[in-house]
Structure formats: C-alpha cells, structure tokens
Design a protein around this ligand. Structure first.
Ligand code: ADP
Length: 589
C-alpha cells in the first residue's frame, strides 16, 4: 500500500509531539507535587518549631489549658492543625479536637520518629479526622529530655485540591501548545511534501513525453535547486527529443525515397524493419515479426543470409525473385545489447541484366558472323603468300597476320559471350589435373621450345582431382600459361603448383618474365586492357585472356590475385572452393 508522504510525516510529527508533551506533563506534574509536598513539609516543620518555643514553658509546667488556647489561636492564623503530644503518647492539646477524647498517640510513626530522630514526617490516614493527612512532628526538649512532641498537619484533600487546580492549568497549557505544535507540524509537512508532489507530477509528465513541463520556482533552498535541475532536464530532454524526432523523420523519408529494397532482421531472423521498396518487391505490407523465409521462399536468398551471418558481410549476390533479378548485399551489425542485426539491401538489376544480355547476344552474333569470313580471308591470304611473287608476298603475309589477330579476338569474344550467357551452367565433374596438364604441354610444346622455357608442375596428392567445370578450368590454364610464355624471357621458367589451403584449392602460376608494374594489377582483368599495346599486338594478344580467366574463377565462386615485380616475374594465385562437398552436376553460373 502506498502511504501518502504528507500523512506519514504528519503522523510521525504528531506522535512525537503528543508523546513528548505527555511525558513533560507527567514529569512536571510529578515534580510539582513533590516540590509542593516538600515545601509544605518545610512549612509545617518551621511552624512546629515556632510553636514548640511558644509552648515549651506551658508543657514543662503542665499548663494544658493555656496550651490549648494558644495552639487554637495560632492554628486559626496559619490554617494548620496543631497537636501537642506528651512524651508518653497522651495528647495534651489539639487545635481541632478535644485532646482528652483523643486516643494514645505513642504508636504514631511521626511521634516515634520525632522522639528518636528529632523530626518525624508521615502521610497517613488519620483515625481522628478520618482523612489522609501529612504530619510533621518535632520534639520538645528540656534538659536533654524529651517532654513531648509538637505535631503540625495538613489535610491531603486540601493539598490534592490545590494540586489538581495546578494540574488543570498545566493540562490547559499543554493541550493548547500541543494543538499549536500539531498545526505547525501540519504546515511543515505540507511545505516539505508539496514540492515533492509537484516534482513527482513533473517526472510523471516527462515520462509520458510531455517535455513542456516548467515550474515557477521561487525557492532558494535544496528543493529549489532540485526544481531548477528538473526544469533544465526537461529542457534538455525536449531538445534531445526534438532532434531525435527530426533525425528519425529524415531517416524515414530517406528510407522511403530509396529505390533499393531494405530489410532488417533481428538475431532470430525475424523482420524488424523494411522500407516501401522492399514491401513492393515482396508484395506484402505487414512484415514486422515474420521470419524472412515466410516472405521470400528462395534458397539463394537463405544462403545469402547464412553467408552474412557467417562472414558478417556479403556483396552483390544476384538472385531472381518474381521474374526480376536483384543484386543483394548485406551486413551483420553487432548491437550493444549483444543482439546482432542483419541489414539486407536489394537492388533491382533486371533492366541492366536485359541490356547486358542484348549486348552479349550482339557480340556473340557478330563474332559468329565474322568467324567464317575471317577464316576464309586467312586461308586465301596464306594461299596468296605461297602463290604470288616476292614483291606481293609481304602484303599477303600482313593480311594473314592481321586475320590471325582478328580470329583470336573473335574466338575470345565467343568464349566470353558464352560464359556471360546467363543460361550457361557449370558442368561440375571430377577433373583430373594430370589430364589437363598433358593436353596443355602438348599444346604449348612448340612455343615452350622456341623460347627455351622450362615448365614445372607440382601437385600435392590430395589435389590431383577436383570437382570443377573441365572445359572452363582447361581454358583458364591455357590463357594463364599462354601469358606466362608470351611475357616470359628466353630460357625462363614457369612454375605451376596446386595445393590444398584450408578446404580450398590453391593454384599458383608463376613466371620469370617481364612482370607487371603495380598500377596495372587491378586493371589487367578488364576486357581489352593491355599494359603495352604494341607488345601485346606483336605477341598476338587480345586483352581478353585475363578477363576470361577472371570470369571462370568467379563462376566457380573462387578468387584470383596477381603479384608481380617488373623485370622479375609474375605470379597469379587462384583459390577454388571445394565442390566435392556437394553433389557434382549442373551449377548455374
Ligand atoms: P593479352 O591477350 O594482351 O595477353 P590478357 O588479358 O591476357 O591480354 O592480359 C592483359 C595484360 O596483362 C597483358 O596485355 C599484359 O600486359 C599483362 N599480363 C598478363 N599476363 C602477364 C604475365 N604473365 N606477365 C606479364 N604481363 C602479363
């Protein structure tokens, strides 16, 4: 149960006040009574001592009548009962009763105390007056002999009456002061709890997003400082909230303006955010909370997500969704709470793919059409060179050489367009490298010999066979070895090594040729890019060889790198993944 702070304060204050005043009242009343009795006792004693002197002679001379007259007179003046008792206990005088009718007083304790100790005091019930009385007794001594006792006494009823009048006054003042104190406690509690209540209300408002909260604050104490802090906090929160809001709005408009589809998944593969473009791509509006595979049933897409989670990043993977082609990129983001998020962007490349296909078809058709006439030109040029006289042989040979170059280009273009044809599929089968290298050494035997080059092949036992597309892998080696021969020096060397690296196959083709300076390393894989045009032309190069190699490597999901030093040689490093882990068969490019 929530107890009101004000009420709690007030109740505590009240309890303290009431208890304190109660204790003070009791102590005061008790102390007052004690003092009152003490004073009364002293008075009675002094009176008894004075009377003792007055009646001493009468007692010595047994003048009881005079004694009675005297004490009656004195008693009236001082309003006190006076009793004179002889040393044997006989009452010889009393201011209120007839002495001879009073019983023997020798057993009264005030009498005994007075005789023995010189003073006797007692509060007790008087059989004579039938009331509670305070007695004080002093001995009458003559020649060291106790002749009797003078006893003064006061009625307790009277004392109590006096005391109760005083108690009434004490209670009156106590109650008045208590009421006043309670009133002050009420005001103090209110004063203390009111700002707390205000602050609580303000905090509540801030919690509910109302940052307009502002207190007028006139206080200069700690509470005032707290209120100032709250005002400043509300102000800062307002600024922060506004900037966050505008940032959020900005972000929202950017995301909705994006033509790319955006998908954000949590660590359990559930959708936590999308943009309009993504919702248009998948044709579903309510996506939040659903699993991505409920929305996109596509194996390639699932693989891309697995790859992002595995490698933290994935770039430009192509997938086909609802007859459109998308380039998919993604990244894994680790958040502070330890829960990672996957961000995926889908870019529609359908049109681009269509244009690419048109271009590739065009190049393929032209290359195809050019091949026959070029072969014919080459044939006739060669015949002419044999038939014509010396004067025209040169012309015919030039025609034949250029026809060769054109035929090379056309052949390379045909290979590229075949590779680029999206309907082309990899024919994955067990490739025996020894078989490929036998064919290749036979193919390049003459060229190696004419340049006096040495070809070394080193294969580890566990990579003698590999799952790949036989035709494409052979084409890759042909192009690379052709370059290693073309750009090598006389009596140079070519080293081919095949090794297992992790689960992958690592192929290196190294030569001792002219090398490639660093600025060309990235560009040599581009189509028609040659480092030295005249040299390449002279050597029958087309600038397409490495473009084909790169295409083959990428189509196997592999990777190619070049390292080189001008004047020393060049090394190509190729990594091919292990297809033997999956079933051999058709793999789409
Ligand atoms: P090309 O048909 O001209 O050889 P490539 O695409 O095969 O075309 O090679 C591109 C360019 O890269 C070449 O023109 C050449 O300058 C350079 N290159 C390729 N391989 C080597 C190598 N082994 N040594 C030196 N340069 C090379």
């Amino acid at each position: 149960m929530r107890v009101n702070l004000f009420l709690r304060h007030f109740l505590i204050y009240s309890l303290i006040i009431v208890l304190t005043t109660l204790i003070i009242t009791l102590i005061t009343s008790y102390e007052y009574k004690k003092n009152y009795l003490k004073t009364l006792e002293i008075n009675l004693q002094q009176q008894a001592e004075i009377i003792r002197e007055e009646i001493k002679d009468d007692v010595i001379n047994n003048r009881y009548k005079q004694i009675n007259t005297l004490i009656n007179t004195i008693a009236q003046q001082i309003n006190t009962r006076i009793t004179i008792i002889r040393n044997d206990g006989l009452v010889i005088g009393d201011s209120e009763y007839e002495a001879d009718k009073m019983e023997d007083h020798s057993t009264r304790s005030e009498f005994i105390q007075a005789v023995q100790k010189g003073i006797g005091k007692k509060v007790r019930f008087s059989k004579t007056t039938q009331q509670n009385m305070l007695y004080v007794a002093v001995p009458i001594i003559s020649n060291n002999k106790v002749l009797g006792v003078v006893r003064t006494s006061a009625y307790l009823r009277q004392i109590e009456k006096d005391l109760s009048a005083i108690n009434t006054k004490i209670i009156y003042w106590t109650v008045s002061l208590t009421i006043l104190a309670l009133l002050l406690a009420w005001i103090t509690s209110k004063n203390l709890t009111q700002p707390i209540r205000l602050i609580t209300k303000a905090a509540e408002r801030i919690k509910n997003g109302d940052f307009q909260t502002y207190f007028v604050n006139n206080r200069k104490d700690e509470v005032g400082a707290l209120i100032n802090s709250i005002n400043k906090m509300a102000e800062s929160l307002k600024t922060l909230f506004n900037s966050l809001q505008s940032e959020r709005e900005e972000m929202r408009s950017i995301l909705s303006a994006m033509t790319e589809g955006l998908l954000v998944l949590n660590d359990r593969d559930q959708i936590i955010a999308t943009n309009e473009s993504f919702r248009t791509i998948v044709g579903v509006n309510n996506l939040i909370g659903q699993y991505h595979w409920q929305i996109i049933q596509n194996n390639q897409f699932n693989q891309i997500i697995a790859e992002i989670k595995n490698k933290k990043i994935c770039r430009n993977r192509e997938i086909e969704l609802n007859n459109n082609v998308y380039s998919v990129s993604g990244k894994l983001i680790d958040s502070q709470d330890g829960r990672s998020k996957t961000i995926i962007v889908l870019y529609d490349i359908t049109e681009f793919k269509k244009l690419e296909k048109i271009k590739a078809d065009f190049i393929a058709n032209i290359s195809h059409e050019l091949k026959t006439p070029l072969t014919s030109i080459k044939g006739f040029a060669d015949t002419l060179a044999d038939e014509v006289g010396k004067k025209y042989r040169n012309f015919a040979q030039t025609i034949s050489r250029n026809a060769d170059r054109l035929i090379n280009i056309v052949q390379d273009l045909l290979i590229i367009s075949e590779l680029e044809n999206t309907s082309q599929r990899l024919q994955i089968e067990k490739v025996r490298f020894s078989e490929i290298f036998n064919n290749i050494t036979r193919l390049f035997k003459e060229k190696l010999k004419s340049k006096k080059l040495q070809l070394h092949i080193a294969m580890d036992d566990d990579v003698q066979e590999w799952y790949a597309d036989y035709f494409l892998i052979e084409q890759m080696f042909i192009n690379l070895i052709d370059n290693a021969i073309k750009y090598n020096v006389e009596k140079g060397e070519i080293h081919i090594t095949l090794k297992k690296d992790d689960h992958n196959l690592k192929i290196t083709i190294e030569d001792t040729g002219i090398g490639i300076s660093r600025e060309h390393w990235d560009r040599i894989f581009e189509r028609f890019y040659v480092v030295d045009k005249s040299r390449s032309r002279k050597l029958g190069g087309t600038g397409l060889g490495l473009a084909i190699v790169k295409h083959i490597v990428l189509s196997h999901n592999g990777d190619i790198k070049v390292e080189s030093e001008v004047g020393k040689g060049t090394r190509f490093i190729i990594t091919l993944p292990n297809y033997s882990l999956s079933e051999p068969g058709e793999k789409k490019l």
